[in-house]
Design a protein around this ligand. Structure first.
Ligand SMILES: Nc1ncnc2c1ncn2[C@@H]1O[C@H](COP(=O)(O)OP(=O)(O)OP(=O)(O)O)[C@@H](O)[C@H]1O
Length: 782
């Protein structure tokens, strides 16, 4: 008898505890998990038998049997047996002994940090499978006899034995010998509080609900019922019996019931004899059945968002039935590598027998790799291999049919079920945008599925947008700022006139949006126009009456002195200064030229490799300052500029300097308001400070007392690694984000820095000493 220690004992014990405690209310799942394993073992055997017939020897039938009962002492037992591929002792150790093989610590971390409401997903997410036995069993014995093969011509039956509270297991040759013929038998010694699972009705219901459709192999359930059977009465004939009396007695007996006795009839009932749901007429399948089938087949504890059940013909003579499911969630991991993985969830079956769930790299376009499908093809040979499949036309046709149906299903939801459509958008909205960029072939259909918020409504498709366009409008207006919100974008300086005039503008806040728009460039031949860029045309300019054009001309002449003066002042940041046609209330804005960056793109480019490109500096400069001639600020500035004495009259250098400062704050403010960064934020703030002082009537030159308490002398003591302050975590600190200090409660008085401040009067003289100390928090910023 050999005994093996599980490598990570503590992990095993901890994991079992978590499983048992937190999944108590889900413990029915053990049966489904074990049946699913038995089914997998049978599928493996069948697939292996295609190349090695030998594996089929030992047991004729391919099936699963389940027996639940109480033994004479009242202890509960469940025995699940399959005639599948079986396991060698090494496989028993590796598969059942080593826990979750990879990702154990990740699992533990997640399991322990997940609250109980989410634990239903744990088994599904991490494939606890076999370990779910310990939800109901104190002890588990697994006997297994691997299939005979050329590599393993005379396998031996071994037992794996482990208790729920133990962190070790034992593996030893089965003292009963090779009783199984082939396959695996799992004996669960039920916990005292799990005796309900010895009730055959309960077990039958569970199989019916979760597993009847998950196996193409027959599942037989052991049942016992009592039947009354006639008791064989032995006729005792004797020669000295009086015939007449005997006749009378006979007549009497005919009137009485025949004698019966209760006997126990044992029977194996085929519990999954119903056709699987994909083979049934959709009208006969209930919603509940579709949902449980999905959850069991794809190991998702959440219900699917939508599904579509159809039958089809590949066009090359292969007819099939399929169900396509849309999961109700896309894991974050999908977004980490959205276009890297290919679908592993298209379960292809031939005449109900599972063939493969890997249809190869290009099974579906990458954007659709989250879809879950079961397909059953009637007319393919059962021994078809994946390699063979790849070369048939069937697979290619199947892919395009599946894809067509996915898209049709989504369009139907969009048209008929607004509530569900909102959920689809929440989960897959960005996937459709990504798909439209990636999948040129289906671009138009995918664009049709995309939705955007606008200044007029929460959501619109591009077609609906175009239906709402105004007379003459030849552009699809949009404004993009990744990470912003539609509410903030709706207040942007760039859309104020469009909004005021009643034009609709798409408000794009996701990084993908701008990529989408730039990739698409046109929709139904109408160009996208970034309203933060030059080139904006309402489209009714030609329809404007002559006076309007005349007014524009007059304005340009009237504001010429200011335009010329600003051009000189802003020459380092913008290429030109013009009268704006997009502003209503704001005094000015900085607009990117056709070739230039918008603030959004400039940020993206500056933080990427693009910053090294020589075009970067050029593109950065391609900006135009637009001023609003109706703004009192601009009108005031024009007046002051016009009043500046000329060279001949003797220049007023002080006022000129003051005007320059105003201009610089105006330009920098416009940059910020328009989503750009200012060239020098310190300088900008110094100027703002000066203007503030002026408006407050405080002396512009009064110095700020900058005395600070110097740092103590160099600490010569060795660093105390036990010091708890070194371990102090800085909550909410995300590199590069707005930095957050730790909460006040985590400050220790001795850890604070004090800055004595003095108030000064207009002349800059100290007024009185403040009683309060201002705490300079680490990373405090403007
Ligand atoms: N009845 C069985 N016959 C043969 N091998 C089995 C059987 N049950 C389990 N195994 C082997 O043990 C492995 C571990 O099983 P377990 O149920 O823990 O995880 P899994 O089946 O791989 O994952 P999941 O249950 O999430 O699909 C299986 O992959 C399989 O190789």
């Amino acid at each position: 008898q050999e005994s093996a220690e599980v490598p990570k004992q503590n992990d095993v014990a901890r994991l079992r505890k978590i499983v048992i405690n937190s999944l108590y209310s889900h413990r029915d799942v053990f049966l489904r998990e074990l049946i699913s394993n038995a089914n997998d073992a049978l599928e493996k055997l069948r697939l292996t038998s295609l190349t090695d017939k030998e594996v089929l020897s030992g047991a004729e039938d391919l099936n699963i049997t389940i027996k639940a009962f109480k033994d004479q002492d009242g202890h509960g037992r469940i025995i699940i047996r399959d005639t599948g591929i079986g396991m060698t002792p090494e496989e028993l150790t590796a598969n059942l002994g080593t826990l979750a093989k990879s990702g154990t610590s990740e699992f533990l971390a997640r399991a322990e940090s997940t609250d109980t409401t989410g634990t239903g997903n744990l088994i599904g997410a991490f494939g606890l499978g076999f370990y779910s036995s310990f939800l109901v069993a104190d002890h588990v014995y697994v006997s297994s006899l691997a299939a005979k093969s050329s590599q393993n011509p005379s396998p031996t039956q071994y037992v794996f034995s482990s208790g729920a509270d133990e962190s070790s297991f034992e593996i030893y040759p089965d003292p009963h010998g090779n009783t199984l013929g082939r396959g695996t038998e799992i004996i669960l010694v039920l916990k005292d509080d799990a005796l309900e699972y010895t009730d055959q009705h309960k077990v039958s219901d569970l199989i019916d609900k979760h597993s009847s459709f998950s196996s193409a192999f027959p599942i037989y359930l052991y049942t016992e019922r009592t039947e009354q059977v006639p008791v064989e009465v032995e006729e005792t004939k004797s020669d000295d019996v009086d015939e007449d009396v005997a006749v009378v007695e006979d007549a009497d007996e005919k009137d009485t019931e025949p004698k019966t006795e209760a006997v126990t009839v044992e029977e194996w009932i085929h519990v999954n004899s119903q056709p699987p749901i994909w083979m049934r007429d959709p009208k006969t399948v209930t919603e509940e059945e579709y949902k449980t089938f999905y959850q069991a087949t794809f190991k998702d504890y959440e219900e699917p968002l939508a599904w579509h059940h159809f039958s089809g013909d590949s066009g090359s003579g292969v007819s099939f039935k399929a169900i396509i499911y849309v999961p109700s969630h896309l894991d974050d991991s999908w977004w980490q590598n959205p276009l890297q993985t290919s679908s592993k969830d298209i379960r292809l079956m031939v005449k109900r027998v599972f063939i493969t769930s890997d249809l190869g790299e290009d099974a579906l376009p990458k954007w659709a790799n989250w879809v879950k499908v079961v397909v059953d093809a009637e007319d393919l040979p059962l021994n078809v291999s994946r390699e063979m499949l790849q070369s048939t036309r069937f697979l290619k046709q199947l892919r395009s049919i599946i894809l067509r149906h996915i898209l049709q299903m989504l369009v139907r939801i969009a048209e008929d079920d607004p509530e569900k459509w909102a959920q689809v958008q929440k989960v897959y909205g960005n996937v459709f945008k990504l798909g439209a960029v990636e999948d040129v072939k289906n671009r138009d259909k995918l664009v049709g599925l995309t939705r955007f918020g606008t200044n007029q409504r929460d959501s619109t498709s591009l077609d609906e947008y175009l239906e709402n366009r105004k007379k003459g409008q030849k552009q699809i207006f949009y404004i993009a700022d990744m990470g912003s919100t539609p509410e903030i974008l709706a207040k942007s300086v760039f859309i104020e006139k469009l909004h005021a005039r009643g034009y609709e503008v798409l408000l794009l806040t996701d990084p993908l949006d701008e990529i989408f728009v730039q990739n698409l460039r046109l929709w139904k031949k109408v160009q996208f126009q970034d309203v933060a860029k030059a080139g904006l045309r309402f489209g009714d300019e030609e329809m404007s009456p002559e006076e309007e054009k005349e007014e524009q001309k007059t304005l340009t002449e009237q504001f010429k002195p200011l335009l010329d003066w600003l051009k000189e002042e802003a020459k380092d940041v913008v290429r030109d200064v013009v009268i704006s046609n997009r502003l209503v209330t704001s005094s000015c804005a900085v607009v990117a030229d056709q070739m230039g960056y918008t603030g959004n793109i400039e940020r993206m480019m500056s933080s990427s490799q693009g910053a090294k490109n020589p075009m970067h500096a050029f593109a950065k400069k391609q900006k135009i300052l637009e001023i609003n001639p109706r703004s009192p600020t601009i009108q005031g500035l024009l007046r002051r500029i016009e009043q500046l004495p000329s060279e001949e009259d003797g220049r007023d250098l002080d006022t000129e300097e003051e005007m320059k400062e105003v201009a610089s704050v105006l330009i920098d403010g416009a940059l910020v308001r328009s989503g750009f960064s200012v060239p020098d934020s310190n300088e900008f703030f110094v100027r703002v400070d000066r203007i503030l002082r002026r408006s407050l009537g405080v002396s512009e030159t009064a110095p700020t007392d900058t005395t600070v308490k110097p740092a103590p002398e160099v600490d010569t003591e060795p660093l105390n690694l036990e010091d708890p302050l070194l371990d102090m975590e800085w909550p909410d600190y995300v590199p590069g984000s707005l930095r957050q200090p730790p909460p006040e409660s985590e400050y220790k008085p001795e850890n604070q820095v004090f800055w004595e401040v003095e108030e000064i009067d207009e002349e800059g003289n100290p007024v009185k000493k403040s009683d309060e100390n201002i705490v300079i928090k680490p990373h405090d910023e403007l």
